[in-house]
Design a binder for this molecule. Sequence first.
Ligand SMILES: Cc1ncc(COP(=O)(O)O)c(C=O)c1O
Length: 397
Amino acid sequence: MPRQAGRAFLHTPGPTHIPDSVLNAMHRQSMDLGDPKFSNACDDIVARLKPLFGTDGDVYIYAANGHGGWEAILTNVFSPGDKILLIETGFFSEDWRDHAREIGLDVETISADWRSGVDPQLIADHLARDVDREIKAVLLTHVDTAAGLVTEIAPVREAIDSCNHPALLLVDGVASIGTMPFHMDNMGVDIAITATQKALMGPPGIALIGVGKQLHSHNREGGYPRRYWDWRKRNGPSNYAQFGGTGPLQTLFALQQALVLMEAEGFDNIFSRHARIANAVHAAVEIWAGSGDLQFNVPNRIERAPAVTTILTPEGYDSEKLRGHLRSSLSVSVGGGLGKLFGKAFRIGHMGDMNEPMILGCLCSVEMALNECGLAHGKGGVTAAIESFYQSRNKVL
Ligand SMILES: Cc1ncc(COP(=O)(O)O)c(C=O)c1O
């Protein structure tokens, strides 16, 4: 295949585009693990992560991807056979469910259709029926990256409280933390997880877990046999203990630089930038879907994620063809449909280090690809996205 000139555009919803200064932060020699420069960097990272999670509790850093982080949570909090309630909102919540089942938890579920959130009353009713208080926790995926669906946390917390149920609230914030307001202590979230390859603009390989102060003071400890995942061992004074072995040095320096960038931009500005970019994507998709056979996976605008938009392709069309065309002839990578949406959807990722020209480049390329792949769609999606940006910029200029 001939060389493709110019930059490739990465618009998958993780891994996401890595800023140059974050890439450069990794370009360094390994160092003595006893070097205070490394320990100071680790302390600095933990201090910067607490406001990201919105907790005065603890934050644990694992050399692992998000799946590893899930296992760390499950084995630290529960014992084999414990009952939990998992809210199914899409592929990732189902994957978390399977993970929990395979390690021996008794998982009850409340399912939605991946296109809209679960009615919180169903959660309250389910917990109210648990008269013996056997359910140890409710597990919620805040943004299901496959569905592009947000499930608000507050109504779930209210549902738990409405029946005075002691269940913990565990939140997968892998595709929400750093894209939208999140304050686990204020939201009544006991444990939250994210990973570096999403809004944190870094390379994959680090899972981050926030453990709320309240949970710690109750000193909840699961009974799973565990060694590497055991977070009690990670409070030790040395960074060797903190990482359960050699810390992922270069990746950690990348994480530190990403957190410096986030602080320089400010969380509120980051959240409004994500909202602005998501609105522009939605404006384009609304036009494309206005005539032809494309559809939003999440029809209700309020439930669409600021991180990713999932677009359904027409019945009988293999969406991987569109994705392949974008990648091979336009140098644009978008996400594919996952699980039951495989071959039936594509996903435009818009989280992390993203600005207007980047997303417009992506939207222009998608519009070209829709034409070139013969997918019927309304004309003028990109113009609608530009108009959406004009409107939001006029408010601030
Ligand atoms: C919401 C959500 N949870 C968990 C994961 C799993 O993370 P990882 O792929 O790093 O294991 C992902 C990955 O995309 C995700 O989007």
